[in-house]
Design a protein around this ligand. Sequence first.
Ligand code: HEM
Ligand code: HEM
Length: 125
Amino acid sequence: MKGQARNFFTLAVLYFLFGIAVGLYMAISGNHGQRVSHAHIMLAGWVTSALFAFFYHLYPAIGAGAIARVHFWLHAASSVVMLVSLLLLYGGNPAFEPGAAGGSLVFGASVLLFAFVALPAIWKE
Ligand code: HEM
Ligand code: HEM
């Protein structure tokens, strides 16, 4: 893997480790209060980032471009803010709600950017 494919896959693996740690914490403590954070770290973090990695691996010319770089940094920054805020929010700190909301909105914008890059690429072939 090269370019943004490698960046996305690196981020995905970090989320995998993070999500597993939260899952194990819940399973061992018997406190499932972080279920929603764990679900999003696993699916919006690990699975989504890994799918982005495979997309850019299949389309290396796009993965080497400027839009893919912007997509990676928007996704990385927004997902870190969203997922860490969710963890703190479900840990009992309502002050982190704006972080979760702001992160989610930028996360949504990064998905729009991905749609803008990915759909023309697959329909051009
Ligand atoms: C060591 C591995 C894992 C442990 C110990 C673990 C633990 C847990 C626990 C304790 C719950 C809460 C269950 C409940 O209260 O209903 C949960 C829910 C969940 N886990 Fe994991 N998990 C692990 C791996 C994964 C992986 C690899 C994924 C996905 C890639 C995943 C996705 C989810 C999802 C989506 C939910 C929410 C399910 C729902 O909405 O009911 N987990 N997990
Ligand atoms: C902007 C991004 C997102 C927002 C604002 C969002 C919002 C939400 C909300 C409000 C819930 C209900 C939580 C509750 O039960 O209290 C939820 C649940 C869930 N979301 Fe998301 N979500 C986002 C992205 C995603 C993505 C990308 C995935 C999967 C790839 C996903 C998978 C899930 C799952 C599996 C649940 C059920 C979790 C559970 O109750 O155990 N979400 N989401």
